[in-house]
Design a protein around this ligand. Structure first.
Ligand code: GRF
Length: 190
């Protein structure tokens, strides 16, 4: 059985991308796609010899046109599974339809709490004692609302600001995401 062909989508720093590449997952990483041509994440991929591609949002007339270009790239790589690692765009229906139950994301909160943008700020504003990280499938419907694959709680300290909480959760993300994706890929390949 050939290894699943994994494409990773990024938009920025790429620390989760690095954790996934370092984990030597049971997959062939066929490419890293960025929605920002200047994303530092692209350098992390190229330094490891992983093919990269990017599209600038301003070069496309619509969200649909952007995702058409994304789909073309994913098809060129013959991807079967997609991992979002800090990908800051909401995927449109044609992408979701092309990869049903094959798109995985990590979100820095204990979903269903604090979906969408600024989850750390949301957690601090709500005054919760615990937040955390969630690995989930990306499915049509609510943003960050797909089936949960793995979660881990992280303590919120009273003196935390967004940066402090984000850093504490990020450490967990780097452990949780490779572990959850490893299980997901193993089940996919079985
Ligand atoms: C991470 O906190 C991830 O959970 C969220 O965006 C951040 C991306 O960070 N979706 P990085 O690019 O992986 O360093």
């Amino acid at each position: 059985m050939p290894l699943p062909r994994l494409a990773i989508l990024v938009s920025g720093r790429g620390s989760n991308l690095r954790a996934l590449l370092d984990a030597e997952l049971p997959a062939r990483v066929v490419g890293v796609f960025s929605s920002r041509p200047d994303a530092p994440a692209l350098h992390i991929a190229s330094a490891r010899g992983v093919p990269t591609a990017s599209q600038a949002v301003q070069d496309h007339a619509s969200r649909a046109a952007f995702d058409e270009a994304l789909l073309q790239q994913l098809d060129a790589w013959e991807a079967d599974v997609i991992a979002l690692a800090g990908y800051m765009r909401i995927l449109t229906e044609p992408v979701l339809a092309r990869f049903p139950e094959r798109i995985v994301n990590i979100h820095p909160s204990l979903l269903p709490a604090f979906p969408g943008l600024h989850p750390h700020r949301q957690a601090l504003e709500r005054g919760v004692a615990w937040s955390g990280a969630t690995v989930h499938l990306v499915e049509p419907g609510d943003v960050d609302g797909g089936r949960i694959l793995a979660q881990e709680p992280v303590r919120v300290h009273p003196e935390d600001d967004e940066a402090a909480l984000a850093a504490r959760i990020l450490e967990v993300e780097h452990r949780l995401y490779p572990a959850a994706l490893r299980d997901f890929l193993a089940a996919f390949a079985a």
